[in-house]
Design a protein around this ligand. Sequence first.
Ligand SMILES: Cc1ncc(C[n+]2csc(CCOP(=O)(O)OP(=O)(O)O)c2C)c(N)n1
Ligand SMILES: [Mg+2]
Length: 307
Amino acid sequence: MTETLDGLRLSPLADDDLELLLLVRHFELKLLELYGRGDLNGTTHTCLGQEYVPVALRPLLGPADHVFSNHRGHGHYLSRFRDPHGLLAEIMGREGAVCGGVGGSQHIHRDRYMSTGVQGESMPVAAGVALHLKRAEPGTLACVHIGDGTWGEGAVYEALNLAALWRLPLLVVVENNGIAQSTPTTSQMAGTVAGRAAAFGIPHRLVVSIDVNEIRFSLEREIARVREGQPLVVEFVTHRLGPHSKGDDIRPAEAVRAARDGDWYTRYAHDHPEQFHRLDGVVQAEVEAVADEVAARPLSRWEGPCA
Ligand SMILES: Cc1ncc(C[n+]2csc(CCOP(=O)(O)OP(=O)(O)O)c2C)c(N)n1
Ligand SMILES: [Mg+2]
């Protein structure tokens, strides 16, 4: 378990990592703006506040690993592919969209990456893929991102059962932001994620840190064991800064303020002002340019299955 860094300075990041964090942050902020103007196709859920989770995991996963994402998946996609053009085109239904514009924000398939808006659906699929990987490509793993609310889905337990029984290389990343849409976790979950993992004999690691370097260091060895057939549940205690989707935040103001207080963005700006200010405006301008360029493209056309 990693400890909270409250009161401690965040460790310095490589420019590349900070740029990725900032890319996801500004991409998500831009989406909310575009949505407000009626420029997006369909709905969207931003990962504001949770960006550091996929950025921390990025070097611990390789191109041969499968990643299964959920409805809050832009950070997962951008961390894997660094492709804001393709993702925004997908969400705006423009040429160059990753899935021809038919998947939108939540349903993306590219190489070994797949997201779904159906809660829990990805767990049995990821377990099946992990079984295939164990047989055909030993050393690789399937990583699946789910939220705390998704532990209300029965499919999660069917997948955990098989993962434990068959010793599948399955990494379950839980982004526990304490809420599911408008329902606090405390109102819908009996017991804990740790207790549920323990029921299947699956190791559980709690990550309360928001320090990317520290998280990587703390998980490196255990993720290596997943590759040998030891399933693992990693639970991040995190915060959703924005609404569930758009304009649907009914949390009390103090809950939102508490989430903002722990935001990596503000803390990193405070701890490393020179590097932060050198990169923040540049990345924000890049995202603006992406949005202008993509918005000017013709509408996308569906021409068969995506990659
Ligand atoms: C099977 C299913 N039921 C309900 C929904 C509607 N829905 C979308 S997200 C969500 C809450 C998800 O909460 P959580 O798993 O904690 O993820 P978070 O949104 O907090 O990231 C709900 C109920 C859905 N997408 N799929
Ligand atoms: Mg949640």
